[in-house]
Design a protein. Structure first.
Length: 298
């Protein structure tokens, strides 16, 4: 049975009326309390980690021992005799230093109570071939000081020292410039000075070739106790300058001995090196400097 036109019209009218009613409907309103200051909770911020305490610089005249340090190395880096470090720090065993230990690396001030220790065996001396039996340098039982060093080199200087003027081995910067230098050995330079990599120069040569003192001075060390240097000789020329001669086959001088410029002090070798060579350093106030600034032109 087909719907009549009148019924169809009535159905359409009801649909339109329903749509209009839906479009005019208002959304329900819900009352909510206004936010207060206490209702806000800020997002927690991460707490920064406490900053690591910076390493404080060592006080003047002291050094803090680091991992891998040896007393001989510390002495070399500060231009001092390791025996003086033993005395200034009252060390019973020079090989027994500990990480974090603070050492005195400068002579005690005049008038202070200097510590004096008995002579001790030199570290590494038993491994150095052909090193003559060591004897204590004159005045070894005296604490290190500028006055004692001056008296040792020039006994007549005692009265001058007492008057407040030092002579003998005490030098000024201008005196350092007047020191006479020579090349410690002949041969080709196979490595030049590089403060970051090579602390001196390397001279190639033949096994047993003579190694000579580059300047007059006193032997401060003769042995093999510093790793990487092999059989080593250190000569002190003034209060601020010393020279080092490494990788020797044989050492010809002893600690405390006075040497003159050009005097044979060792024989070239390859101890602690991969070829026969002389590693030569000049240190000023313990810091490596370019030997080319001191040695004559070749």
């Amino acid at each position: 049975m087909k719907p009549t036109p009148r019924l169809a019209l009535l159905t359409l009218s009801l649909g339109i009326l329903s749509a209009c009613t839906t479009e005019n409907r208002v959304a329900p309103v819900i009352d909510r309390p206004a936010p207060t200051a206490s209702s806000f909770r800020p997002r927690p911020q991460p707490v920064p980690a406490p900053a690591a305490e910076e390493n404080k610089p060592d006080a003047r005249g002291t050094y803090t021992v680091h991992r891998g340090d040896t007393l001989l190395r510390i002495a070399l880096d500060h231009g001092q005799n390791y025996r003086d470090l033993v005395a200034w720090n009252n060390l019973a065993d020079p090989d027994d230093i500990k990480v974090g230990q603070v050492l005195k690396v400068a002579p005690p001030e005049r008038g202070g109570n200097a510590v004096v220790t008995s002579p001790i065996a030199m570290p590494g001396a038993e491994r150095a071939p052909a090193v003559p039996k060591k004897t204590e340098p004159n005045g070894a039982k005296k604490p290190y000081s500028e006055s004692n060093l001056a008296k040792e080199d020039n006994p007549k200087a005692e009265k001058v020292v007492a008057a407040g003027v030092t002579t003998g081995s005490t030098v000024t910067a201008s005196d350092d410039e007047k020191l006479s230098w020579m090349w410690p050995s002949d041969g080709k330079i196979i490595a030049t000075f590089d403060e970051g990599k090579n602390k001196g120069i390397d001279i190639a040569g033949k096994m047993g070739q003579q190694v000579m003192a580059a300047g007059s001075g006193k032997v401060m060390y003769a042995g093999s106790g510093i790793r990487g240097y092999g059989n080593l000789v250190i000569v002190k020329h003034s209060n601020s300058l010393l020279s080092a001669y490494a990788h020797n086959r044989t050492i010809l001088v002893k600690e405390g001995q006075t040497v003159t410029k050009g005097q044979p002090i060792a024989e070239m070798g390859d101890s602690d090196a991969d070829s026969v060579r002389l590693h030569f350093e000049i240190r000023q106030q313990g810091k490596p400097v370019d030997p080319a600034k001191f040695l004559p032109s070749r």
